[in-house]
Design a protein around this ligand. Sequence first.
Ligand code: GLN
Ligand code: ZN
Length: 756
Amino acid sequence: MQTSVIGYPRIGENRELKFASEKYFKGEISEAELFETAKSLRLAHAKSQKDAGIDFIPSNDFSFYDGLLDAAFLLGIVPERYKKLDLSGLDTYFAMARGYQGEKGDVKALAMKKWFNTNYHYIVPELDDETVIKLTGTKIFDEYAELKAEGIDTKPVITGAYTLLSLCRYLGKKSREDRVAEIIEAYKEIISRLETLGAKWVQIDEPALVKDLNEEDKYFLTRLYRGILAGKGNVKILLQTYFGDVRDVYEILAALPFDGIGLDFLEGKQTVSLIEKNGFPADKILFAGLVNGKNIWKNNYAKTLAMLDELKNKGINTVLSTSCSLLHVPYTLEAEKNLADDVKLHFAFAKEKLAELTEIASLAEDSARTEAESYIKNAAVFASKRDCTDEAVQIRLAEIKKEDYTRLPARSERQKLQKAALALPAFPTTTIGSFPQTADVKKNRSLFKKGEISEEQYKDFNRKKIERCIKWQESIGLDVLVHGEYERNDMVEYFGEALSGYIFTEKAWVQSYGTRCLKPPIIWGDISRKKPITVEWSVYAQSLTKRPVKGMLTGPVTIFNWSFPREDISIKESMTQIALAIRDEVLDLEKNGIRIIQIDEAALREKLPLRRSDRYSEYLDFAIPSFRLVHSGVKADTQIHTHMCYSEFTDIIPAIDNMDADVITFEASRSDLLILDALKKHNFETEVGPGVYDIHSPRIPSVEEIVSALQKMREKLQDEKLWVNPDCGLKTRGEEETKQSLINLVNAAKEIRKIG
Ligand code: GLN
Ligand code: ZN
C-alpha cells in the first residue's frame, strides 16, 4: 500500500523561516538570503519524507505567508493598490499579507481569516472587476523543479478553483460565476505546465467542499471541473478534501474524471457511510485520510487497519494518507527533551506520523501483522492505562447545578448598575490586554525560566514594566487600563502552566499566521487550578491607579481550542473542567478588588462545526454554557468583558449575545465593518468595541481614519453601547508604533465626544 502526505509544516524545526522573514522585514537580510533559507527548508522537508518512505510527497505546500495567498498571487489576483506600490514580487506579496507603509505609499493589508476549523489563518484575496485571473506566477513550477533536480519527484499542491473563488471577497459587480472561464483556463495551464515538467500527479485541495453546499454551489463546482479536466493529458489529478466529509457532492466528485479522491476519515463523520451507500468508483484511487493531521496522539493501528481491511474488502484501490496537512502539528518529538518517555510514548508529531504512515501501510499487507514488532508496540500503548483521572475534579463536575450557568440580575439591569459604579465617559477607550512584548520582556522571562535570575528579580522587572505601562496609559488618557500581560508567553500556555492536567512542550511550534507560531499545550488529564494565576499582577496594577484596571483571563473555550485535546473524553467534559478552574480565578480577582474582568474567547469561533446542522448540538450548546459558568458567580456591578479575534460571527450572533458578557471587543477593521449590520439586525444587547484599527499590521492609523471608522459604527450601534479600542492585543507590535496608534485612538474618541 502506498502513502501520501497532504502537506508538511513549513516554518522550520527551529522556526528558521520565521526568523529569516522577520530579519528580512527589518532589512537585516536580503531577498536572496531569505530565498536561500526557504529553499533549504523545502529540501529538508521533502528529504525527511523521502527518507521515511512516503510515496506521494507534496511540493508547493511551502509558503512565505499563506497558501491561499500564494494561489491568488500565482493567478494574478493582486489588487491594483498593491501593484501601484511598484515593489518587487516578494514585497508586493508581503504588502498584501502585512500592509505597507513606507516611501512608496501607505496601504493596509488584506483581511485575514481563520482557515476552516483551525487556528491557521489565510489572507482573503480580493477580486474587483478589473482584475483578470490568469497564470502570472511561477512558484508552483519552480518548487516542483527544484526538488526534481534533487532527485525527489513530488506531487505539486495547489488550492482548488472552488475553494479559492469561494473564499475571495468580491468588490465589483462580477461574482464567482463570472470567473469560471478565466479560472478554468488558468488551472488548465498550470496542470499542463506541470505535466511538461514531468509531474505525474497534481493535488488540488478543495477543503471548501466539506461545508454545506446548495444546488448553486454544486452546479458551480461541476462547471469548474468539467472545464478544468476537459482534455487533460496524462498527469493524474488528486482532488483532496479535508476537515470534514463531502456529503453534498460525493456523487458529483465520483462522476468527474479525477484520478484520485482524498477523503477525511477522521473529521468526516459520514465518509464511511458515503462510501458504503454509493460505493467508490473503480477507476479512481481513494486517498484515505486516516492519520490525524491535527492532533498529536498516536494512531491506533488496530483501528486504522480494520478500516483499511474494510476498504480492501470492497475492492477499493487505496492510498493511506494524512487526514489534512501536517501543517497543524509540530515537527518532531525528538526535539522534546523534557517529556518523560512514558508520556512521549503516546504522541506522534509530523515526523513520527511519517513513520506511522509507512508502518501502517506495510502492516496492511502483512497477513501475520499481529506478530509484527510495530503492531505489538502500538497495541501495547493503547492497552496501557494512562494516569489522567482526578477524583476531586470528577466530584466537582457532578455537583454543577443548572443555576450555575446563569448570572443574575439580567444584563440590562447590570449595565445600569455598572454605568453608575464605574462612571466612565461616553465612548470609553481601552485596549485588549497585552502591550508590546519587547526583547527585554522576553529576555526577563527566559532568564527566569533558565534559572539565571531569581523569582524576585523576575517579578521586580515585571512590576516596573507594569508601573510604566499604567502611568503611560493614564498619561495619554485611556479610560480602562490593562497591566500589559508582561508575565505571559502566550494566552493559553500561560494558563495551562497554572492548571494541573496540562503538559508542555519545548519546541512544538505550530504556524498560526505568517511568521506567528504558537506552542499549544497538551491536555493530558483532568484539569483543575493549582493556585491563583493572575491575581497578584492585577492587584499590583490596580494599586497604581484610580482608574479601573481590567483583570485579564483566557476563557475555557479558547484554552481548550488552542490546546491539543484529549481523545478519550468529550469536548464538553474537558471544557467544563477548564471553566471551573477559570471560575475560581474570576472570583478571586473580584474578591481582591478588581471591578472589570475580561475573559478572552479569542478562539470561540474556531471549532464551530463547518456544517450548520451541527453547530449547536456539537458545539455551541456546551461552549456557550462553559463561558457562562466562568462568570455567573460575580456581583452585578462587576463588569465582564470578553474579546474575540475576527468578526466572523455574523451567523452566530444570538449565541455570542448569549455568552451574557457585559462588553465584547472584536476585530472589525480588516473586514470593513460588515458585522455591524448584523449586530443591529439582531438587536445585540452586549456593549461592543469593534476594533478601530488593525494590530496585525505595523502601520499607524491616523486620527481622521479612526474618527471616520467610529462615525460609521455610530450609524449602526447605539452610542451608549460603543467602546473604542484596537482590534486585538498589542503584544506583537513595536513600542513606538503602539504609542502613536493609541494616542491617535484616544484623540479620536475625544473628537467624537466633541462632535456628540
Ligand atoms: N488579552 C489578549 C491580548 O491582548 C488577547 C489576545 C488575543 O485575542 N489573541 O494579548
Ligand atoms: Zn484578539
